[in-house]
Write a protein that binds this ligand. Structure first.
Ligand code: C2E
Ligand code: CA
Ligand code: CA
Length: 751
């Protein structure tokens, strides 16, 4: 089925209505015309008949009058009385001529014609209409229509008085063409009389057959007929005029209908076109409808909708290509820009550099300080990075704490300069609310065409360089060929680590700390190991940094805490009078839920908090003193013992140290390992550290005691505790129990 437009349907409807109206008018005009025609023709015929009768009457009276005048003529009466036939005949002929009578006769009282104007044709014969004579005898005179000589005649009979009637004069007119012409002249009829009337029966005519009253019982017919064609002529003209007028009106009306339909459907079509355009995604052109009616309002609504869609689409496009938080380009847009830059540099010959950047410790910052804080930090980082960028560089946030930089550079050396400049964004501490935090980032650089041929590879290689930077703690690293494999191994290791934690594939080793005065074990330090299916037992140095980078350190810390506390509680129940020490990562100091978690473990295991020591490296404590202090104070308030690990490697000032709620100080093993009477420097550092610690009321521990000599020195210097291979390496729990039972440092004496 053909789809007809609204305009076509409207037009069709309007024209159909118009045509129907016109047709109705024409039909009714035609029918009324027919009716009127029939009626008027009948009327005409009736009038014609009356006119005919009137003419005949008048003629009969005139005939009688004039004949009477002749009959009264003196000379004529004398001639009749004296039977002077030649005179009579001449008088009759005169009379006939005068009144244009067709036949004049003199009839004697016996009814015999005595003279005539018909060359004596009737003379001597009886007058052919005795009834007429009879009537005249009775009424003095008579007139009637008769059939005479096969023709219709009007006859008048008047007496010749002397003073009584002495004879009769009869005068006859033929009802001939003259009469009929008169009638025809007065009406629009055709008239036929006599026998001719009978055969006139034509389909094209309306007829009226009239019987004229006769005086002799003969029959005279008059046929009046009206040509229907003729009669119809004015009607046909009228109908033609009406039809012409109707056609004209129809044409005008159709034009009007077309214009109306257009004017109605035009704005609709504009709307439809506009809607289709919007559908195609063109939101620029507004829909222009001049009308202010419903369609105008609809157009306004359409335009509002269009601009709303356009705005939304802009927003969506922006959202699709930009990071919602920092408003920086996202990975999609960044990738496109990298591709563009590479295409451009293939032409220009310049190098395209990209820097992949990852914020150190971000996950922990986010977890411990809250997402809001993390978000604010990312925004601020984005802002600073943008400030270091040139007008043609692109800074993007690829997701999470990953940012990226795109720049063009003439040489690789310049790329390093560039990375350094970007790195300055992290120089100043980030101050957000009442928290000031030092944030570092690791930057990996890769260059096109030196390191990669395409955008995808370039981004991957910058990523690998970034992990190198992170691992080496160098801050910035340029991609080195052949690193991909190494990087892959690290990636898969990270994933394995998560699974290892979940599957309990970690193991705790315990290393005793010996009370230097009693020479008995008092503390054990819990040290984690990873029993890796392929790599064997892995030391924490191999996977703790990995866990810190990948955000899994919290999981490890919690796993170790649970195991250590449960183990220590079990030993205490078994009579091993021990305190367990657990190492915390710097990132754990941002985990605000950690103190509550630890308290829960302790009460669950039934271990007093004083039986738990938490070792925190000096550098960890110094990284963000304000926040770390909060957590440390919280832990301290719960009765947990705090120790500063690896003391001497950082640069903590005494003032800082004083503010920390710590109980123990662990001298880093680098000062102890080679401790001897001859190593003056180490000796001096260890001695002053012990003195410093004691002055501050801290318990001082030395780790890395491998020799009898160092043990002796520490004992002499008054160190409180010692830990090292000299006494025992870290051991699995069962091995430790064996050691505890058999070693001279073991607790057997106190058992
Ligand atoms: P750390 O806290 O300084 O732990 C002492 C490390 O020194 C241990 O290495 C231990 O085996 C080693 N050590 C002990 N005595 C001697 C000695 O006489 N000579 C020498 N050369 N080394 C000795 P380990 O177990 O490989 O741990 C390395 C580091 O890993 C630890 O250093 C600690 O910072 C970290 N770590 C270990 N376990 C955990 C843990 O559960 N959580 C966290 N966050 N870090 C841990
Ligand atoms: Ca430690
Ligand atoms: Ca240590």
């Amino acid at each position: 089925m053909a789809v007809r437009s609204f305009q076509a349907r409207l037009l069709f409807l309007l024209i159909a209505v118009l045509v129907l109206l016109e047709a109705g008018t024409l039909v009714s005009v035609y029918l009324a015309g027919q009716r009127t025609l029939r009626r008027s023709v009948a009327e005409e015929l009736r009038v014609g008949a009356r006119v005919l009768n009137r003419i005949l009457d008048t003629r009969a009276r005139q005939l009688a009058d004039s004949t009477r005048v002749t009959a009264l003529d003196f000379a004529f009466r004398d001639a009749v009385a004296s039977a002077d036939m030649p005179t009579v005949t001449s008088a009759l002929q005169n009379h006939g001529k005068r009144v244009a009578s067709d036949a004049v006769v003199l009839i004697d009282l016996n009814g015999v014609v005595t003279a005539d104007t018909l060359s004596g044709r009737l003379t001597g014969k009886r007058f052919p209409f005795p009834a007429l004579l009879h009537q005249a005898e009775e009424h003095g005179e008579a007139s009637a229509t008769v059939s005479f000589l096969e023709r219709p005649y009007q006859f008048a009979i008047v007496p010749v008085l002397g003073p009584r009637p002495i004879a009769w004069v009869g005068a006859g007119f033929e009802i001939d063409e003259r009469v009929l012409t008169d009638v025809e002249r007065l009406t629009s009829l055709e008239v036929a009389i006599g026998p001719a009337a009978a055969n006139a029966n034509d389909a094209g005519y309306a007829t009226l057959l009239q019987h004229l009253p006769t005086g002799d019982g003969s029959r005279v017919d008059v046929l009046l007929r009206r040509s229907l064609d003729e009669a119809r002529k004015p009607f046909v003209t009228l109908q033609l005029q009406i039809a012409a007028l109707s056609s004209l009106i129809l044409i005008v009306a159709v034009f009007a209908a077309v214009i109306f339909a257009r004017s109605v459907s035009r704005p609709l079509r504009v709307l439809a076109d506009g809607a289709a355009r919007i559908g195609r995604g063109d939101y620029v052109e507004p829909i222009v409808v001049r009308e202010e009616d419903e369609i105008g309002k609809l157009a306004t609504a359409f335009n509002q909708m269009q601009s709303a869609i356009a705005a939304r689409e802009d927003k969506i496009t922006h959202q699709a290509t930009h990071d919602a938080l920092t408003e920086l380009p996202n990975r999609t847009l960044f990738f496109a820009r990298v591709s563009q830059a590479i295409a451009g540099s293939k032409r220009s010959g310049a190098s395209v550099g990209m820097i992949m950047m990852d914020v150190d410790r971000f996950k922990e910052i986010n977890d411990t300080l809250g997402h809001h804080f993390g978000d604010q930090l990312l925004i601020e980082i984005g802002r600073r990075l943008e400030q270091t960028a040139g007008p043609n560089d692109t800074v993007a946030r690829l997701g999470g704490d990953e940012f990226a930089f795109l720049f063009t550079t003439p040489s690789a050396e310049r790329a390093n300069d560039f990375a350094e400049r970007v790195g300055t964004a992290f120089d100043a501490p980030f101050v957000l609310g009442d928290v000031a935090i030092d944030v570092d980032a690791s930057l990996g650089i890769a260059l096109f065409p030196t390191h990669a041929e395409d955008a995808d590879t370039l981004m991957k290689r910058a990523d690998i360089a970034m992990y190198d930077a992170k691992k080496s703690l160098s801050g910035v690293a340029m991609y080195e060929a052949g690193r991909d494999e190494h990087s892959l191994r690290r990636l898969s290791l990270m994933m394995e680590l998560r699974q290892a934690i979940a599957r309990d594939a970690l193991e705790l080793f315990f290393q005793p700390k010996i009370d230097v005065r009693t020479e008995r074990v008092v503390h054990v330090e819990a040290l984690v190991r990873w029993k890796h299916a392929v790599h064997g037992i892995m030391r924490p140095d191999e996977f703790i940094p990995l866990a810190e980078q990948s955000g899994n350190i919290g999981l490890i810390t919690r796993w170790v805490l649970r195991k250590a506390i449960v183990q220590c509680a079990a030993w205490n129940r078994a009579g091993l009078d021990l305190t367990v020490a657990v190492n915390l990562s710097a990132l754990d100091l941002f985990d605000s839920e950690l103190p509550t978690f630890i308290s829960g473990l302790l009460s669950e295991a039934g271990l007093p908090p004083t039986r738990l020591v938490l070792e925190i490296t000096e550098s960890a404590v110094m990284q963000d003193t304000a926040y770390a202090l909060k957590i440390l104070s919280d832990l301290k308030a719960r009765g947990i013992v705090l120790a500063i690990d690896d003391f001497g490697t950082g640069y903590s000032s005494l003032g800082h140290l004083k503010r920390l709620p710590v109980d123990e100080l662990k001298i880093d093993k680098s000062f102890v390992l080679n401790l001897s009477e001859s190593a003056k420097d180490d000796l001096m550092i260890v001695r002053s550290t012990i003195e410093l610690g004691h002055n501050m009321g801290l318990v001082v521990i030395a780790e890395g005691v491998e020799t009898q000599e160092s043990w002796g020195i520490l004992k002499r210097l008054g160190c409180d505790m010692a830990q090292g291979y000299f006494m025992s390496p870290p051991l699995p729990a069962a091995k430790f129990e064996e050691w505890f039972g058999s070693s001279r440092w073991g607790g057997s004496s106190s058992m």
